[in-house]
Write a protein of this length. Structure first.
Length: 189
C-alpha cells in the first residue's frame, strides 16, 4: 500500500503534471483554498478537503478536454500515490457529467461547486481595471453570476449545488472570494 499523499507531494505532482499550463495550476490552488475554507462549515478536515481541491484536475495535462476520461485517470493516479479513497471518489464525481456518475456526498457537491466558482471569481477579477482579486466584491460576483453570458464556462447549475449542501449562494461566494483573496499573491491575482 502506498504511503498517504501529503500536501507537499501533491503540490509537486500537480506542478509536474500541469507544468505546461500555469493557469490550471492556479485553478487547482484556488480550488484548494476554497475547499479548505469550506471544510470547517461541515466539521471536515481542511487538510483533507484541501487535497481534493488541489489534485482534482491533475490529469488534464494528459487527457486534455476528453471529459469521458477526465477525473477517472486522475483518481486512479492519486489512489496509486496514496490519496484517500473518499477523496478519489469525490475527484471522480466532480466530473460526474462526463463520466456518467452522480454526485452523492457533501464532499462531492462541495468540490464540484468550489472548482466551478473559482472560474467565475477569476473572471470577475479579470474585468477589474487592475485585474486583482482585492478589487472584487462578493456583491459583484453575485451580480455576475446572474449574467448568463459572463464566464459561460462556469456552470451556474454546478455552482448552485452549494445550496444542495446547505450553503446559501451569497455565503458560498463570500467564502470562496475570501479564500482566493487569501492566496492572491500565489496565483498572481
Amino acid at each position: 500500500m502506498a504511503e498517504s499523499l501529503t500536501r507537499e507531494k501533491a503540490l509537486t505532482l500537480v506542478r509536474e503534471k500541469l507544468a505546461a499550463n500555469p493557469n490550471l495550476i492556479n485553478h487547482c490552488l484556488s480550488t484548494e483554498a476554497v475547499m479548505r475554507a469550506l471544510a470547517p462549515r461541515f466539521g471536515a478536515d481542511p487538510e483533507k478537503w484541501g487535497l481534493a481541491g488541489l489534485t482534482h484536475d491533475i490529469d488534464l495535462g494528459e487527457v486534455g478536454d476528453d471529459m469521458h476520461t477526465h477525473a477517472a485517470v486522475g483518481a486512479r493516479w492519486l489512489a496509486q500515490w496514496g490519496l484517500d479513497e473518499e477523496l478519489c471518489e469525490a475527484i471522480r464525481r466532480h466530473n460526474a457529467e462526463g463520466l456518467g456518475l452522480r454526485r452523492i456526498t457533501t464532499l462531492d457537491h462541495a468540490l464540484a461547486a468550489s472548482e466551478t466558482l473559482t472560474g467565475l471569481i477569476v473572471a470577475a477579477a479579470l474585468v477589474q481595471p487592475d485585474k486583482k482579486l482585492a478589487s472584487v466584491k462578493a456583491k459583484s460576483v453575485k451580480k455576475r453570476f446572474k449574467e448568463k453570458h459572463f464566464a459561460r464556462g462556469a456552470s451556474r447549475e454546478i455552482i448552485v449545488e452549494c445550496e444542495t449542501i446547505g450553503v446559501e449562494l451569497g455565503e458560498f461566494i463570500e467564502i470562496g472570494l475570501a479564500a482566493m483573496q487569501g492566496i492572491a499573491g500565489e496565483i498572481g491575482l
